[in-house]
Design a protein around this ligand. Structure first.
Ligand SMILES: Cc1cc2nc3c(=O)[nH]c(=O)nc-3n(C[C@H](O)[C@H](O)[C@H](O)COP(=O)(O)OP(=O)(O)OC[C@H]3O[C@@H](n4cnc5c(N)ncnc54)[C@H](O)[C@@H]3O)c2cc1C
Length: 382
């Protein structure tokens, strides 16, 4: 496929060196990580030392001052290795940007260099057992007491939850606010905070090497200086920053769909049935032609959404469309990819099987696809 307009020579160089790094440091170990249900911290450190974490951070704080083209490439290349690497995008391009955007200079100096080097792993905790899509319905409370906030509540499904050194906790500093979302604030909670406990690592259908976890806050005393931005503005910050998270979900879905197409195309050329490669059967050819068409349409639309995001345009509608359509498309492609692999597609040792179980969650996190359609409908004035 031709490179999109935003890809310049320097992006291509970055992609080449990241690919090389991943082939050496991730690909040979990925199956082992999946079995161990964890990506080792040593890999985070290696990625950080090589400049592959948060490359967009200002040079002053250790980054490369890179544009979103680098972010798109980093997420694409990580996804090509396997979806369990989503924790890196969650750290680099979803959580850390809040610190950069809303943090004070002191907060940036304190956390950004470690986030770039891999010494600090970040997570964002919005979801609770009783509230996911309905973010304004969260119960976690932070009550100001002198120079601290007393934090109480529970979070679940938190990506990087086990490794996390800092967690950006979405909480209510004013539980009586009307409307409820006006009472939401963002607190950075450090791992050694008394009263902060990490729960069990959750056993998931896919993303086996991802350390998704529950988090508990029981009278955790968080210094008031860890408040990010202003009290009561958290919901607005989230609504702004969630755009990039949704675009990244689309980028990963697209990369995974492209990989499945590649795997399936080569499999049908090799697999023989009734004396010929199954790729010679017209029914198989048509299905691959349909998959290739969907993947190509996805790439074109995604490039447009990335371009708009990079140009700072209001891309809410397009990003919401990209998020639901690309993740649904990837689910269709994964289903077809598995089917065309026959019984082998159902075996763990075949990559297509892993892709099949990893993809569906993309339609659930970063705002479910139903929520994406609600946003689109609202923007349509419905
Ligand atoms: C592997 C994984 C990683 C995750 N990582 C994180 C993370 O790092 N941080 C974090 O905070 N969260 C994370 N999440 C949580 C994720 O964002 C939520 O699961 C998601 O937002 C949905 O919330 P819920 O599970 O409570 O489902 P619910 O909100 O209860 O939704 C259940 C169903 O109802 C539908 N629904 C709900 N409201 C509406 C509506 N208004 N209109 C139409 N349909 C509706 C939903 O689309 C869904 O199909 C993760 C989840 C998973 C599975």
């Amino acid at each position: 496929m031709t490179a999109p307009a935003f890809i310049k020579e320097e992006h291509a160089i970055f992609r080449k060196s990241l690919k090389k790094f991943l082939q050496k440091e991730a690909a040979p170990y990925y199956d082992q990580w999946e079995k161990e249900r964890m990506i080792p911290r040593s890999f985070w450190i290696k990625a950080g030392r090589e400049g592959f974490l948060c490359p967009w951070v200002d040079e002053e704080f250790g980054g490369l001052n890179a544009d979103f083209g680098y972010t798109a490439i980093a997420n694409e290349e990580m996804e090509k290795i396997g979806s369990s690497l989503i924790g890196f995008g969650l750290h680099s391009d979803i959580t850390v940007p809040y610190i950069n955007e809303y943090g004070t200079r002191g907060q940036k100096q304190r956390w950004l260099p470690g986030c770039v080097s891999g010494d600090i792993i970040a997570a964002i905790a919005m979801t609770e057992p009783g509230a996911g899509s309905d973010l304004a319905g969260i119960q976690t409370s932070a009550v100001r007491e002198g120079s601290c906030y007393r934090l109480n509540g529970q979070k679940t499904f938190i990506t990087n939850g086990i490794h996390a050194d800092i967690v950006l906790v979405v909480c209510k500093t004013n539980p009586n606010a009307v409307p409820a979302h006006k009472g939401i604030s963002l607190l950075v909670v450090e791992k050694d905070t008394v009263g902060f406990h990490k729960g069990k690592k959750l056993d998931k259908v896919g993303l086996h090497a991802q350390d998704t976890a529950e988090l508990f806050f029981e009278d955790a005393m968080v210094p008031a200086e860890n408040l990010l931005g202003e009290e009561g503005k958290g919901f607005y910050y989230l609504m702004k920053m969630l755009q990039q998270e949704r675009l990244l979900a689309g980028i990963c879905a697209q990369a995974s769909a492209e990989r499945i197409l590649e795997l399936t195309t080569s499999y049908v050329k090799e697999r023989e049935a009734f004396g010929n490669p199954i790729s010679k059967l017209q029914t198989i050819q048509f299905r691959l032609a349909e998959m290739a068409t969907e993947v190509q349409i996805g790439r074109s639309f995604l490039s447009e959404a990335i371009q708009d995001h990079m140009e700072g345009k209001d891309a809410v509608q397009k990003v919401s469309m990209a998020k639901w359509w690309l993740t649904d498309m990837a689910k269709r492609v994964a289903g077809e990819g598995m089917q065309l692999h026959g019984g082998y597609g159902y075996m763990e040792e075949y990559e297509v099987a892993r892709r099949y179980r990893d993809i569906p969650v993309m339609a659930i996190y970063a705002g479910t696809n139903e929520i994406m359609k609600s946003i689109i409908a609202k923007r349509m004035g419905l």
